[in-house]
Design a protein around this ligand. Structure first.
Ligand SMILES: [Fe+2]
Length: 403
């Protein structure tokens, strides 16, 4: 007997059809049935050995709409800045500024693989805000961890629990879980910064809290917090390379092991990279430094890991892939990155996303340095024992970097 004789196409085909109908009916009862058509939904996993793998393939049935596979993507500054400029234009001519009726003047980046969700990776939200002179975002607090990466040369501030942080290009200003914060711009020109948050993760965990009434019951309706500590306060306490103060509480906001060092300065990050430029660096990352919570030595947030890397002129990194979603913003220089077989060229303020476990490498194609900032959820993946990384050697062979 041959294999062919065992196949009964007509009946099988009918069975497939009936199963699809069954699945459709079952939806009314909040039940999902395994069928042939939706089979890829059962295996959206990665594999190194081939075989029966969906390898990220989306299903065709009703499950597909809820699957989350972020896609590699690049947002060009030339393109997205136009929307910010238009918002600023509307705001400057309006009787009521958009910041009053829309809470913020910002755009949110949506990953083309995530069905319009307000997120760039499975865990990260990215907004890009523009503040006109005089704009104020009132004091508020939330459980999602957040940061601002400053794109404008200068201008604008964030007040974190009374610490006034003056913003300059390349600065990263943190508002950890549960820290009251407000923003504004008292300079003469609009300021732009990137807001990064672990908001989608907190929503997924049903752990998103937001409060907007500063000092409830106190009769205070101040939009901005009083400045209790001058610009540079947390830097004077925690920015001393391996030294931390013993006479202050390290607690900020809510939760465990918060980061009390809330203002990483672009100029200091740049200078630190510069001091290491003659080192060989990492073949997969170039000269890279991790921003850490100085109290714990761990990533900036329990969920998100922030890093900065210098690629010297002509430098090309070897391919690497990691079990995390990574957001990249170009701070300096020109180059191109290959992400999952697609090539993206880039210049300052361009933004890219590298999905989970997709091969990527970077090349500095310019004649000057390139500086990339990255934010990834490797901090979270590492804490739950799921962080793995592979690289390729010069010979193209796969190396297990983190088992
Ligand atoms: Fe906020």
């Amino acid at each position: 007997m041959t294999v062919q004789e065992n196949v009964r196409p007509a009946l099988s085909s009918k069975a497939r059809e009936m199963m699809e109908q069954l699945n459709s009916d079952a939806g009314k009862s909040h039940v999902w049935v395994r069928t042939q058509m939706n089979a890829p939904a059962q295996r959206p996993w990665f594999t190194d050995t081939g075989g029966q793998s969906g390898a990220g393939t989306m299903a065709m049935g009703r499950v597909a709409a809820n699957q989350m596979k972020s896609a590699a993507h690049r947002w060009r500054w030339k393109e997205y800045s136009q929307y910010l400029n238009r918002i600023a234009g509307i705001a400057s001519a309006a009787d009521v500024s958009p910041i009053e009726f829309a809470d913020r003047q910002s755009i949110l980046l949506t990953n083309p693989g995530l069905n319009g969700r307000l997120q760039v990776t499975n865990t990260i939200r990215c907004a890009i805000s523009i503040y006109n002179p005089g704009d104020i975002a009132p004091a508020h607090v939330h459980s999602p961890n957040a940061s601002r990466t400053i794109l404008s040369d200068k201008g604008g501030y964030t007040n974190v629990e009374g610490e006034r942080c003056e913003a300059n290009r390349g600065d990263i200003i943190l508002t950890p879980n549960g820290t009251w914060h407000d923003h504004g711009n008292e300079a003469g020109a609009p300021v732009i910064w990137i807001d990064m948050l672990d908001w989608p993760l907190m929503e997924f965990l049903d752990c998103a809290w937001v409060d907007q009434e500063f000092k409830p019951g106190s009769g205070s309706n101040a939009k901005s917090q009083e400045t209790v500590h001058p610009d540079g306060y947390s830097g004077s306490l925690y920015g001393n390379g391996g030294l931390i103060p013993t006479f202050v509480s390290h607690q900020r906001g809510w939760g465990q092991q918060p980061n009390p060092y809330v203002h990483y300065r672009g100029a200091e990050i740049r200078a630190a990279l510069e001091r290491l430029r003659k080192q060989a660096g990492d073949p997969h990352e170039g000269i890279q430094m991790q921003l850490v919570n100085p109290v714990t030595g761990k990533p900036v947030f329990p969920t998100l890991n922030y890093q900065a890397q210098l690629l010297r002129p002509g430098e090309e990194t070897l391919p690497k892939r990691e079990t995390c979603g990574t957001f990249i913003v170009v701070i300096e220089g020109k180059g191109k990155s290959e992400i999952g077989g697609q090539t993206f060229d880039w210049e300052p303020n361009d933004i890219m996303v590298v999905p989970n476990f997709i091969w990527r490498n970077h090349i500095n194609t310019g004649s000057s340095d390139a500086i990339l900032y990255t934010v990834s959820d490797s901090a979270l993946l590492n804490q739950i024992g799921q962080y793995r990384a592979q690289g390729k050697g010069k010979d193209g062979k796969v190396i297990q970097l983190v088992q």
